[in-house]
Design a protein around this ligand. Sequence first.
Ligand code: SF4
Length: 326
Amino acid sequence: MYSVVLLDLLSSKKLENLRKRAKEEIKLRGYTDHLNSDLSNESNFLPINEITGDYCPTWRYSWIKKFVKNPKKQITWPILQGRIIDNVYEKIIEYSSDSINNVKLEEMDLKKQLERNKQKIMEGVKKEIKKELRKINNAPKEEEIKNFIGNINKIIEFEHSICLALLSFKMSTKKDLRIRSEIKILFPISIKQKINGKDLGFSGSSEPDFLYREDVVGEIKSGGWRESFKLTCAAYALAYESEYNRDIDLMVIINPSFSKKRKTPLQENFTFEIISDVYRKAVFTRRDERIELIKKGNDPGTPKKDEKCIDCQYYPFCWGRKNGKK
Ligand code: SF4
């Protein structure tokens, strides 16, 4: 997530313009507009990821979660990879903040400390893969696991190098420095802040991956790029506006991909963008459609073919023998 800070520094003019445009363009806010949905029955509410996600072609996913007791589940290699990547970004911030906060300035060797943090994160990743691998059907080949671990290494080194450069620069420009206060200004990132979206029909506490400068919603997404990632950001922004009565205007999505020709992750869609009314309205439309589905309680069934279901956790339930699909 330190790359978000660098993106801000490198495109500060653009960000300033986006902020101005957002104030003129956005009309739909979480604190004023809930549009038409019937939100009288909390038991029909759904979590944000189920409202905005488009991984289930028939939306059966939410129906299963609401109405099926102990459905048969699976963990797949893509699910595990996504979970690990999410966690790695969080650990990068957590460990480096601890390192910076707990060491006196005169004793600080940030490069060494970050290297130690990297080792710690990598050990955790390897342990988790080892633990979860036996639960996975069609476990990946050793080569694939090795590649994935190499990609995690790229993410950590990339983020650490930005942290090191920015902090070293700051330390070199100020004689009097209170490092704890300084990092809060330099890295204004809040991780997984809980937001209550009940007034908008979102169940549970919502939790964007991060908030940047308190007006940018940030999400970390693995796998290929999907436009629905933007809807997730919009839903978090609406929830935040509803709870805090404050505007959230922008979003940024970290969706790393990897190439053998690069030592860094590729972040092709990495840019600040306005959370426009188009996305906001789409969130409300999907919410209404999905709440309606839950209200009726009918099983939407599976799609005709299972090709989009292979990596879903409910694959064994939807396509197992009990349901007569195989
Ligand atoms: S297995 Fe397919 S139909 Fe069933 S919940 Fe998952 S994506 Fe939806």
